[in-house]
Design a protein around this ligand. Sequence first.
Ligand SMILES: [Zn+2]
Length: 259
Amino acid sequence: MPYHRGVVEALRDHGLTVGFCPGWETRGSSSFDPKGHVVHHDAGSPWTTPPGLLIAGRSDLPGPLCNFALARDGTVWMVAAGRANHAGTGSWKGLVGNSSVWGTEANNTGTGQTWPDVQVDAYARLCAATCDYSGFTAEMVCRHAEWTTRKIDPAGPWADGHDWSRDMSHFRALVAQGGTDLPLNDADLFSIGVIVKRSLDDADVATGADLDAVKAEVRADRRMTLDLVDAVARAAGVDPAKVRALLKPDTRAALDKVD
Ligand SMILES: [Zn+2]
């Protein structure tokens, strides 16, 4: 499986918006068997589509310079499905060389620019998607600064007060859980799920036989969460758009990413 095009489906399963740099399907070396993921910042100025540098490289380092490019709005751009030149000399938990690790360049100047919630959430989801797709755990996700002492990236403060330089274990925990928490907690989701299921006269739910299954479904599937919000609104005779407008901004941002 030299070119890992199937990762796109895993990205979408994790609720990510995906963009494509033409040629991504066969870009990079076909000698590529990732068992980890190195996260970077690009030290670049703000962009909405990935700069050519990340794709073509530079005179002293041929492209691609990453597999994924992560925009500040959380969009994940597919740069290369094959091996990319991003990590260089170094190692993480036995992994060595770019053929052993996915690499992401996230758009951030690296000079103290704050990382927006939506970008950090997307970064965790992106890493989680590669964990699922390639079969490794969140412990195999590292900063470039952990791969080698030559580097400092990614660096900088998150909007929620965390910081890359001291909170990598927190980031790995976010990867393990597939992203940051929605402000709707499990109990909220459970309640919504039960109300909707009951309104649909689901006999299993009415008898209490299937509550755990409902809870698991609701937790796992953000598309369902959006459907549930809409269904509750309609059941109450309210315009679903008005209910969504009442959600906290980050919940709304997360739900809006569901296509
Ligand atoms: Zn780096």
